[in-house]
Write a protein that binds this ligand. Structure first.
Ligand SMILES: Cc1cc2nc3c(=O)[nH]c(=O)nc-3n(C[C@H](O)[C@H](O)[C@H](O)COP(=O)(O)O)c2cc1C
Length: 172
């Protein structure tokens, strides 16, 4: 299947998660393209979509939310999975889902959502971001667990193969 992996990332770490997901899909026999949500004009070329976003102050990025608004019908007509990335530290914090997750799940009919731990590199942050990080005492470091991310992507890839078989049966 041809899969769009659309990823909203401010400082690059969620984008790298999306690239890893795309790589697993390709190794599993799918075609995968990784893109910024702002660059997605339409979903016609794609059979399925994975949409991911970094979490900032409890919310998904504006570009991911805008893509859901813009392409809600196309998303609802395709298999969709969602992921978020944000919690940092040991154990990863904060817990809890992004504010708009329930609404995005229901509007897209998403088959699943996973939150992955993120990366915090204070050297790359702006002044306002540093103030928030200091306020909540967030722990610097890279907490992404690649085996967990790859395992999730393998499950999605397997579901997509099952979907291919179902679609082929209906076509007969
Ligand atoms: C200002 C600021 C606010 C953040 N707020 C949250 C939050 O509410 N929930 C969360 O899980 N992570 C939060 N994070 C952590 C980021 O989501 C995490 O660093 C993520 O990996 C960043 O992804 P990116 O590199 O793709 O932008 C915050 C980070 C910053 C700098």
């Amino acid at each position: 299947m041809k899969v769009l992996v659309a990823v909203a990332s401010r400082h690059g770490s969620t984008r790298e998660i999306g690239e890893a997901v795309g790589e697993v899909l390709r190794r599993s026999g799918h075609r995968a393209e990784v893109a910024d949500p702002d660059d997605v004009d339409g979903l016609e070329p794609y059979d399925a979509v994975i949409l991911g976003s970094a979490i900032y102050v409890g919310r998904w990025a504006a570009s991911a939310r805008a893509m859901v608004d813009r392409l809600a019908h196309g998303l609802a007509a395709r298999p969709v999975w969602l992921f978020s990335s944000g919690p940092v530290g040991t154990p990863p914090a904060p817990e809890g889902q992004p504010e708009e997750l329930a609404s995005v799940m229901s509007r897209t009919g998403a088959r699943g959502h996973r939150t992955f731990a993120g990366r915090l590199d204070t050297a790359g942050l702006g002044v306002a971001e540093r103030a928030v990080v200091a306020l909540v005492r967030a722990q610097e470091g890279d907490y992404r667990r690649w085996p967990e991310i790859e395992d999730w992507a393998r499950h999605v890839a397997a579901d997509l193969h099952a979907e291919e078989i179902r679609t082929a049966r209906v076509a007969w």
